[in-house]
Design a binder for this molecule. Sequence first.
Ligand SMILES: [Zn+2]
Length: 163
Amino acid sequence: MNTKICKGCLAELDTELFYADKKSLDGFRHKCKLCMNLYRKTHYATKSREKEALKSSKWKVNNRELSRAYCAKWRQRNKHIKAEHERVRKARNKNAKPSWLSAEQKKKIQWYYLVAGLVRKQGIDCQVDHIVPLLGLEVCGLHVPWNMQILTTYENQTKHNKH
Ligand SMILES: [Zn+2]
């Protein structure tokens, strides 16, 4: 198996996770597929965010702070609800994490979280998303690399849950 270090996330990955590039010496792009795809996405997200920032007036900013303070208060008062959510989330993740994953596949999962972390460092909010939700209405997805994708918060909110 050939590996290559991605210039974006700096992870050492299987070359099948790189797009081919005839002009490059080793025949592959410098950045892995995930980094390449995210570059376009984050580029777009930054642009629309800049537009949004221009539009937003001081009033809006002040309001946002108020609502943030309100949310913080609410969370403070309803700590037990959050703890319960957290408990359910953990139990669900545990059930969805198969023990038969290979080391290579586990590495791939970490890679998704690594790249998502890098994107967040650029100031773009994003999450590792399960394509088939771990707790769907009819089917339950698994915590496995082929059920994962990185979505910006905006995409995540607008994603239709088909399962
Ligand atoms: Zn990468």
